[in-house]
Design a protein around this ligand. Structure first.
Ligand SMILES: [Zn+2]
Length: 321
C-alpha cells in the first residue's frame, strides 16, 4: 500500500494539536485533545496514539498508509534522536519520546522542540519560502524562537539555541520566568505588553487605558493595539517602545546569523502592520546596513497550524531525503 499520510503532532501545556497530512503538507484532518500529564507524562503520548487510531477508523484510512509521526513538544530536546532532556510543563525528564511513541505505533517518529517545528512549518509552506537562514520569533504569552541556519535547525550543545525570549534587553528590568532580569519576554510578550499597560493604568487614572481597565477589570495586549489604532498616545508609545526593544534584539541577533528572513508570529503578531512597521523601522536603525539590506521581516502566515505542518515536514524530509 502507498505510504502517503503523515501524522503531525504539536504538544502544548494544555492541548495537543494533531493532524493527518498529505506529503505536500495539505491537512486532511486536524483536531485537538487535552494534555493529560498523569503516568509520568506518558498518558499524553498514549492518548495521542489512541486518538490517531480512532480518527483513522473514522476516515477509513488504513494504518499501512502512514509514513511516520512528527512531534513538537515544549522543552529541551535532542532532535537527532528524539530524546527529551526536560519538559517541565509535561513532567518529562530524560524521556525518550521517539522510542516510546515508535514502540506503540510501529512507525518512525521524529521529535523537535515546538518553536523549532513552527519555524520549519513556516519555512516550508508559510512566510519563509524555503529560506536557508531564518529567524522566527513567536510573541505569545511568552516569547519563543527558532533558528534555521544554512538550511538546518539550530539546536546547540544541549537543545537551548534560539531561546530568543531570554535575550536580556534591560539589565534592571522585570524578573523573567527564567529567574533573570529584563529578558525580551518581559516586555514583548502579550504578558509584557499588558504589564506596560497596567503601569499606565496606575500612573494615569484619567487615561483611556484606565477607563478600559475600570470597565473590564483587566487589560490585554489586544486592548493596547485597538486603542493605539484609535490614536491613543499612551498605547502608541507602548507599541513604539515594544517594537524598539524587539528591533534591537533582532538586530543584534542578526549580526551572528545574517538571516534572509525574520518571521514574527504568535498571538501578538495578529496586530499585523501595526506591529511590523515599527519593528522594521527599529531593526533598520540598529542593524548593520548590509544585514538589514539582505533581510526581509514578515508576519508568519500559518497561525496555529505551523506546528503540525512543521512536524509533518520532519517525517517527509527524513523519508524522502
Ligand atoms: Zn528569561
Amino acid at each position: 500500500m502507498n505510504k502517503n499520510i503523515i501524522v503531525g503532532v504539536d504538544i502544548g501545556g494544555t492541548t495537543v494539536k494533531i493532524g493527518l497530512l498529505k506529503i505536500d503538507g495539505k491537512i486532511i484532518k486536524k483536531w485537538e485533545i487535552e494534555t493529560k500529564k498523569s503516568k509520568d507524562g506518558t498518558q499524553v503520548v498514549d492518548d495521542i496514539w489512541d486518538s490517531v487510531l480512532i480518527t483513522l477508523t473514522e476516515l477509513s484510512i488504513d494504518l499501512e498508509q502512514l509514513l511516520g509521526i512528527g512531534i513538537g513538544a515544549p522543552g529541551f530536546i535532542d532532535g537527532e534522536n528524539g530524546y527529551v532532556y526536560e519538559a517541565v510543563n509535561l513532567g518529562w525528564k530524560d524521556f525518550n519520546l521517539s522510542d516510546y511513541m515508535s514502540s506503540k505505533s510501529g512507525l518512525p517518529v521524529f521529535v523537535e522542540n515546538d518553536a523549532n517545528i513552527a519555524v520549519i512549518g513556516e519555512n516550508w509552506l508559510g512566510a519563509g519560502n524555503h529560506s536557508k537562514d531564518v529567524i522566527a520569533v513567536t510573541l505569545g504569552t511568552g516569547v519563543g524562537g527558532g533558528i534555521i541556519t544554512s538550511g538546518k535547525i539550530l539546536n546547540g550543545a544541549n537543545g537551548t539555541a534560539g531561546e530568543i525570549g531570554h535575550i536580556i534587553v534591560d539589565t534592571s528590568g522585570y524578573t523573567c520566568n527564567c529567574g533573570r532580569k529584563g529578558c525580551l519576554e518581559t516586555i514583548a510578550s502579550a504578558t509584557g505588553i499588558a504589564r506596560q499597560a497596567m503601569k499606565i493604568v496606575k500612573d494615569k487614572p484619567a487615561s483611556k487605558l484606565a477607563k478600559v481597565f475600570e470597565e473590564n477589570k483587566t487589560i490585554n495586549s489586544k486592548d493596547v493595539f485597538e486603542l493605539a489604532a484609535l490614536g491613543d498616545d499612551d498605547c502608541n508609545q507602548i507599541i513604539d517602545y515594544t517594537a524598539d526593544v524587539i528591533g534591537f534584539a533582532l538586530a543584534n541577533l542578526s549580526i551572528t546569523l545574517n538571516p534572509s528572513k525574520i518571521l514574527i508570529g504568535g498571538g501578538v503578531s495578529k496586530a499585523g502592520n501595526q506591529l511590523l512597521q515599527p519593528i522594521k523601522k527599529y531593526f533598520t536603525k540598529y542593524a548593520l546596513p548590509r544585514i538589514s539590506e539582505a533581510c526581509e521581516l514578515r508576519i508568519a502566515e500559518l497561525g496555529n497550524d505551523a506546528g503540525i505542518i512543521g512536524a509533518a515536514y520532519l517525517v517527509k524530509n527524513f523519508k524522502t531525503e
